[in-house]
Design a protein around this ligand. Structure first.
Ligand code: ADP
Ligand code: MG
Length: 345
């Protein structure tokens, strides 16, 4: 389904033109369905068709390498050859996979890029989601193990040791893509832009203020219990990536119970630890993306312990009882706007 949607929306690249009667011809933002989600880039006054095109081509190229659902992608070829033979892949795929494996190690396997069998089994987001059987869950779990990913750097190959293993870079690839988009904007000497890959955000540079001065970006943190675009608060940042893993991103309602898409590699069910969302603020979007999922899977105590060891990475946690907890650095960036929620120490 995603594959079909993806193709369909790609044809619909929608440049959004300034509506103010022809004051400029540069598109002020552009959106397309790439990487399994709606991606929007806003270059404000510095936008040009050529630059938008360069950014979206790059996103599509990354999707073509890293998508688990596109036949013939590097990830798909790795999966097709699981338990069989090493597959030569693009350097970028190796680099993202190596980073993913680092987070797997850091989290003791709570974050695991070989979670694919479980992702396929649950198929959250499909039109007819079904509750998997215990037997099927156990069988899927038996095919998940990040230690069975063999990378041969010199040869540039990847081998999944066991047949039936499935690599899924869904928790990290969008972050890498956002960093790549940011790199292109930096090379083009853009001052400020918003890169939004389905909520995986890079608030690039700074915003132009009313007096042509520069001001920080204000990025809303989604209310996990309300409609998309409804915020519980605002993060004020400059040149940072902001990435959220939340129960609302992708879910299925089965027999009246809501199941979301971040899966426990321990019990095979959606992670259920009282967290509704984790938002990470970091310089690198790939790290922010991997960490949002990692910290979500680890839970608050272990997650904050991991974050404490990292430099300049901050987090906003939202819990089911509407409490919010912030890391020290996040406290100075976050402004609460929804008073149903409360910040606790
Ligand atoms: P989103 O894709 O909505 O931005 P995440 O970055 O948190 O959210 O990634 C969730 C995706 O990561 C899932 O759709 C799945 O592909 C993959 N995933 C699910 N559970 C895990 C896990 N325990 N470890 C690594 N990846 C996971
Ligand atoms: Mg993630």
């Amino acid at each position: 389904m995603y594959k079909v949607l993806s193709r369909f929306f790609t044809l619909l690249l929608v440049p959004v033109f300034f509506s103010l009667a022809g004051c400029t011809e540069s598109p002020s933002s552009q959106s397309a369905f790439v990487l399994g989600t709606l991606c929007t880039v806003n270059l404000y006054k510095q936008g040009s068709a050529a630059l938008y095109s360069a950014v979206f081509s790059r996103l599509q190229a990354i999707e073509a390498l890293m998508s688990v659902t596109l036949t013939g992608s590097d990830v798909d070829l790795i999966n097709q050859n699981a338990g069989h033979e090493p597959v030569k892949v693009h350097d970028e795929v190796l680099a993202v996979l190596e980073t993913a494996l680092q987070y797997a190690e850091l989290s003791g396997g709570a974050f695991d890029p070989t979670v694919g069998p479980l992702v396929k089994l649950w198929d959250i987001g499909s039109e007819t989601p079904q509750l998997p059987s215990e037997v099927a869950i156990r069988e899927a779990l038996s095919r998940i193990n990040w230690r069975d990913v063999f990378i041969d750097r010199a040869a540039g190959t990847v081998l999944l040791k066991q047949p039936g293993m499935v690599l899924d870079l869904g928790a990290i690839a969008k972050g890498y893509a956002a960093d790549e988009a940011a790199r292109i904007l930096k090379e083009a000497r853009i001052d400020g832009a918003i890169i939004d890959l389905g909520g995986n955000i890079f608030a690039f540079g700074a915003k132009e203020g009313d007096n042509r001065d520069t001001v920080p970006w204000r990025i809303g943190v989604q209310n996990p219990l309300d409609e998309r675009g409804t915020y519980i608060g605002v993060l004020t940042v400059q040149h940072k990536s902001i990435v959220t893993s939340g129960v609302y991103e992708r879910y299925a309602d089965i027999n009246g119970v809501r199941y979301h898409h971040i899966l426990s590699t321990k019990d095979g069910y959606p992670v259920d630890n009282g967290i509704l969302s984790v938002t990470i603020v970091a310089a690198s979007s790939m790290d922010a993306d991997a960490l949002s999922t990692t910290v979500f899977t680890l839970g608050y105590e272990k997650g904050t312990a991991l974050l404490a060891d990292l430099d300049k990475v901050e987090a906003v946690f939202v819990f089911t009882d509407k409490r919010i907890r912030l890391t020290k650095g996040a406290a100075s960036m976050f402004t609460l706007t929804n008073t149903e929620y409360r910040i606790v120490e």
